[in-house]
Design a protein around this ligand. Structure first.
Ligand code: AMP
Ligand code: MG
Length: 269
């Protein structure tokens, strides 16, 4: 079975994160070999991106979600390092502004969806509206509980309009989070990354687990699948994400468009 098959959250299936080992490497043991494999995938992605852009018919949207210190920034940096910035854009979703809160929760998201030919990467996403919002009761349950349906319909709309969606949950253990937060406290070059909220949010670990389980369970669909990526080992995380991206893009078979006129008669003077 391919990594893509193994890490897919199968649509309609119950999700229990406790059954997914964040330290799993699915039989891969050689970190150096995995790094080489990652580099090969990064090169493949660059070539596929070029075709996708030339074809100009479909967009790709990659969503990253994780607990704090789960590795979203790192995965984006390592896996996307070979992409041409011309047709690729990363959007990080923070606490909504007043203007954003004055609209429906998908308004700011829809504006950031990539155009045909482009690759869009979301660092956090509309899922925050059923994660942090649910955990902290930022809106009543009656409101957030309807959002799963809104999300599924929104993602269906995107899929029908040639946006290929894939969603990665980077799954770390609570212990691994502690170590990463400690490293942020100790390493002067990482101090800037730690916020009082990170320490506060850790207390809600169990609530976040339940919120993630329900989001993945209800919103992993054929047209917008969730993948649960064991992410304690950064080298495996990056290998798995890059591999799934390559497989997905290869499956699209992007084609160079036919020349717009008869090239056999062309003379370049
Ligand atoms: P970071 O990704 O570390 O820069 O942090 C961004 C923060 O914004 C996190 O604490 C998120 O939970 C928060 N955030 C993102 N989207 C939302 C949202 N829709 N509602 C409330 N908080 C959000
Ligand atoms: Mg943070």
């Amino acid at each position: 079975m391919s990594l893509r098959q193994e890490l897919l959250a199968r649509p309609g299936r119950k999700v229990r994160l406790a059954e997914h080992d964040p330290g799993n490497t699915l039989g891969f043991t050689d970190k150096l070999a995995a790094r080489e494999e990652l580099e090969a995938n990064v090169r493949r992605l660059a070539a596929l991106q070029y075709r996708l852009f030339a074809e100009g018919r479909r967009a790709v949207l990659v969503v990253f979600q994780a607990m704090d210190a789960g590795g979203k920034d790192g995965a984006i940096r390592r896996v996307m390092s070979g992409l041409n910035p011309q047709s690729c854009r990363v959007t990080s979703f923070k606490k909504p502004s007043e203007a954003e809160l004055a609209h429906d929760f998908l308004w700011r998201i829809h504006k950031a969806v990539p155009a045909r030919g482009e690759i869009g990467i979301f660092n956090r996403s509309h899922y925050e509206d059923v994660l942090v919002v649910r955990v902290h009761n930022l809106v009543p349950k009656a409101v957030w509980s309807e959002r799963y349906e809104d999300i599924n319909r929104f993602e269906k709309l995107l899929a029908r309009n040639d946006v290929v969606l894939l969603k990665f949950f980077l799954h770390i253990s609570r212990k691994e989070q502690r170590e990463r937060l400690l490293a942020r406290v100790e390493d002067p070059e990482r101090n800037w990354k730690i916020t009082p909220e990170d320490l506060e949010e850790r207390k809600y670990w169990g609530d976040y687990v339940r919120a993630y389980e329900e989001a993945i369970e209800r919103c992993s669909t054929g047209h917008a699948p969730w993948y649960i990526i064991p992410a304690n080992h950064k080298w495996f995380r990056d290998l798995a994400v890059s591999q799934i991206l390559v497989e997905t893009l290869e499956g699209l078979k992007p084609k160079f468009p036919a020349p717009k006129f008869d090239l056999s008669k062309v003379r370049v003077v």
